[in-house]
Design a protein around this ligand. Structure first.
Ligand code: SF4
Ligand code: F3S
Length: 106
């Protein structure tokens, strides 16, 4: 499966959802996750993210291992998103800011 990692938080560009052939992205207030049960590893979403926040599960950056389980957990709670929407106005300012996990809203 592919995994959405920390840099999506508060950026949430949503370019990724447009290309997913199986609609496995789920949307929370300021973060998106991928349903590992649905992802077919097509790789299409990875290059679409302007924040480089999508990685294969075997390539999760050190320190962000918790995002594997977070994607699984939150995809069971949040609704599917399959159409792009405007990103937060301050998305660019948050792109690359470390330690954003504490801002994750559920
Ligand atoms: Fe969807 Fe393919 Fe990305 Fe998996 S790898 S989330 S199937 S676009
Ligand atoms: Fe997040 Fe990147 Fe998609 S910032 S919403 S994973 S395009």
């Amino acid at each position: 499966t592919f995994v959405v990692i920390e840099n999506c938080i508060k950026c949430k560009y949503t370019d990724c959802v447009e290309v997913c052939p199986v609609d496995c992205f789920h949307e929370g207030p300021n973060f998106l996750v991928i349903d590992p049960e649905e992802c077919i590893d097509c790789t299409l979403c990875e290059p679409e993210c302007p924040a480089e926040a999508i990685v294969p599960e075997d390539d999760i950056p050190a320190g962000q291992e918790a995002f594997l389980e977070l994607n699984a957990e939150l995809s069971r709670e949040w609704p599917v998103i399959s159409e792009m929407k405007p990103h937060p106005e301050d998305a660019k300012e948050w792109d690359g800011v470390p330690g954003k996990l504490k801002y994750l809203e559920r």
